[in-house]
Design a protein around this ligand. Structure first.
Ligand code: AMP
Length: 394
């Protein structure tokens, strides 16, 4: 049995065929620049070999049809047992993955206001797949679902309560599939008790968030109503003084939406460094002596450590800190700086283990006597495939 995993973005469509039993990827790919004359679709087979086709002017429907035809040509279409869709915002309606029916589609639509950039293309992907694969069950896996266990005092903002009642203003949190997968892996790797553990996961990719997990449940997280809150990211500011929006709107003669756009797209690492939103490029610039790149990395690490320390509050103790995502899994100096800042929580870096990304030490990058910090590769596609397989075979 195989599962097709689909992640439909505003101008892109990521897909993968996964064998959930073997936990392996059979084939995957990415259609990008959809709607443009330079739209293309790239296939990657299990050995890593890539093949790209141009689909000029191709939209999501055209890209999904390409996927369907490509799967048929590879003899895979018949073995697909279900389709798992990444859906970004489930609001307060969804606290777990669900089989998609009319009601679920309406629910995803009801969350458009909360996830205006993501939910419409997510739902479009679902509707296109319904037409192309009419006999197959489809499952929605929500980025927000894992965080629905946060207690009220963690998810409510100290703003007029009617904003929550009338407009659903609260913290939702994102990257839930990654936090769920990585925290469970961490518990397994360290042999922690399933019913008694206190773990923080730092998911550090282009988007970054950290979550406190107590006994398998998210109890607090850094992202909020939208994925702009919390940590410094590639192009997003993370936490700033909310008064900054009106202040800069007045200074620049722009409206609030335009400033929010700048906080989303021109801030974070790119805003501070003026060089790049990409951590690998920034670290290369640091090595060349670029002071602004060094400053951006310093701010990223300092703020990250401060927010990780804050997440120890709901946990009451710390059994492990797990680093994941492109930066968390690969960036040796970032992890070193963050662990250094976190001495207060009992973390002591082992530089050799860290330099090897924890490869020779079961992920561990701290000393044996220290609180554990680990590198734990994430696999969001696998979580979506496993959830889908579980729901379509019952
Ligand atoms: P993701 O969104 O999880 O793919 O992560 C993307 C981020 O990971 C980018 O900032 C990359 O520069 C960063 N990244 C990937 N590989 C490395 C590496 N070897 N060293 C430092 N950063 C890396």
């Amino acid at each position: 049995m195989q599962i097709l995993v689909v992640n439909c973005g505003s101008s892109s469509l990521k897909f993968a065929v996964i064998d959930p039993a073997a936990r392996t990827e059979v084939v995957s790919g990415l259609a990008q620049r959809l709607g443009g004359q330079d739209a293309s679709i790239t296939w990657k087979d299990a050995s890593g070999r890539k093949h790209e086709d141009m689909i000029p002017g191709g939209d999501h429907a055209k890209a999904m049809r390409e996927v369907y035809e490509g799967l048929k040509a590879r003899g895979l279409a018949g073995s697909i047992a279900g389709i798992g869709h990444r859906v970004v915002h489930g609001g307060q309606l969804f606290s777990a993955s669900v089989v998609i029916d009319e009601q679920v589609e309406k629910g995803i639509e009801a969350c458009f206001a909360l996830g205006p950039l993501h939910n419409p293309p997510n739902l479009l992907g679902i509707r296109i797949c319904k037409e192309l694969f009419p006999g197959l069950r489809q499952v929605a896996v929500f980025d927000t679902a894992f965080h629905q266990t946060m207690p009220r005092h963690a998810y409510l903002y100290p703003v007029p309560y009617e904003w929550y009642e009338k407009h659903a203003v609260r913290k939702y949190g994102f990257h839930g599939t990654s936090h769920r997968f990585v925290s469970a892996r961490t518990v397994g790797m360290l042999n922690l008790r399933g019913d008694d553990h206190a773990v923080i996961v730092a998911h550090l990719g282009n988007g970054c968030s950290a979550t406190a997990i107590r006994n398998g449940k998210s109890v607090d997280t850094t992202m909020g109503l939208t994925p702009l809150e919390g940590l410094v990211m590639g192009t997003r500011s993370g936490d700033v003084d909310p008064a900054l929006v009106a202040f800069m709107a007045e200074r620049l003669g722009k409206d609030a939406a335009a400033i929010t756009d700048l906080l989303n797209k021109k801030s974070g690492l790119i805003g501070l460094s003026g060089v790049s939103n990409d951590m690998r490029s920034l670290l290369a610039e640091c090595d060349k002596g670029n002071e602004r790149a060094k400053l951006a990395v310093e701010v990223f690490c300092y703020r990250l450590a401060k927010q990780i320390a804050a997440l120890a509050v709901p946990l009451g103790r710390l059994d492990a800190l797990a680093f994941t995502g492109g930066i968390g899994e690969n960036s040796v100096p970032v992890r070193a700086k963050v662990v250094e800042h976190l001495r207060v929580l009992g973390l002591v870096l082992d530089p050799a283990r860290n330099a090897a990304n924890g490869r020779d030490s079961n992920g561990r990058i701290t000393t044996d006597a220290s609180v554990a910090a680990l590198v734990v590769p994430t696999n969001e596609e696998l979580v979506i495939a496993l959830d889908t397989a579980g729901l379509v075979t019952v």
